[in-house]
Design a binder for this molecule. Structure first.
Ligand code: BG6
Length: 283
């Protein structure tokens, strides 16, 4: 069942309930805000201080960063992480079975998007809510010139305590450390005890383990050559107006991404699909 509600900021929020899970999705940003498999807690974190609307991204859930990840490469005035996380998407299609609900949302180029990025595109996101949560992001080039993109499904995982969180699957992987500004190789399981902002060059799956909660969420990736791990820690958390000072203890971002030199070329008439599946288990 899908329920449509108007958020006080004016956009629609879908609440999905089926035999396998519940989830909420904001049409502002096509952003999944919560996902709880049957009998389990919400896997996703959203800040209690988040903005909703007015050109600001929602701080949590799964923002879609597109058509560039991070700051724009040549123009610092352009919005960080692209512009689709602050646009209202169209609802394209809903398909439901008792166990799974699939929602497809669409964002097309327009006069406003051309002011930020001069390309014609159709970007669709299909979210399947079932025993697992699957996101499929399809970038179609509807214009006459090729373009390149970098992007991410910027997942905010909820954790009970960052001190007992781990990211598995990145051992031996080289990464760009964006805090220390150097290249490194991961030598052990990833844990967080300070600011972390890393681009791991690995298309492999990873998992976020919360030892305090006894849960493991596996993230399978398709078409995303990188995994970004981010936690702002104490000082950056304090500097963020849309994030409570202590919330760095409650979240970790592990993001299916294509960053920097892993940009993707999309030629006119072509499309590329990238995806991510989250499935949770008790450990
Ligand atoms: C991460 C980046 O993906 O997103 C960080 O690696 C960034 O550098 C973080 O600070 C949050 O970005 P924003 O724009 O949502 O504040």
């Amino acid at each position: 069942m899908i329920n449509f509600a108007k958020h006080p900021s004016g956009f629609t929020v879908l609440t999905i309930t089926n035999a396998s899970a519940t989830a909420t999705i904001s049409m502002y940003g096509a952003q999944v805000l919560s996902y709880s498999p049957l009998g389990r807690d919400n896997l996703l974190f959203v800040s209690s201080k988040s903005n909703y609307g007015e050109g600001k991204a929602i701080r949590g859930g799964i923002p879609v960063c597109w058509p560039w990840f991070g700051p724009h490469r040549t123009d610092a005035r352009l919005p960080q992480h692209g512009f689709v996380r602050t646009r209202i998407w169209d609802l394209e299609k809903i398909e439901e079975t008792p166990d799974e609900s699939r929602v497809t949302m669409l964002c097309r180029s327009s006069k406003e998007t051309r002011l930020l990025w001069q390309h014609d595109f159709a970007l669709s996101l299909t979210v399947s809510v079932g025993k697992a949560l699957t996101l499929e992001l399809t970038t179609a080039n509807t214009g006459e010139e090729a373009f390149t993109i970098t992007d991410a499904l910027h997942t905010y995982f909820s954790v009970k305590d960052i001190g007992s969180a781990q990211v598995l699957g990145l051992d031996g992987v080289s990464y760009a450390d964006r805090v220390e500004k150097r290249e490194e190789t991961q030598r052990e399981i990833v844990t967080v005890s300070g600011e972390v902002d890393r681009v791991y060059r690995s298309p492999s799956d990873c998992a976020v383990v919360d030892k305090a909660l006894g849960s493991k969420v596996t993230m399978k990736k398709n078409g995303f050559p990188d995994t970004v791990v981010w936690n702002p820690w104490i000082d950056r958390a304090k500097a963020m107006a849309d994030f409570d000072d202590g919330e760095y203890k409650k979240m970790i971002c592990a993001e299916a991404a294509a960053v920097g030199k892993n940009e993707m070329l999309v030629i006119p008439g072509a499309s590329i699909t990238q995806g991510m599946t989250l499935s949770s288990e008790k450990i």
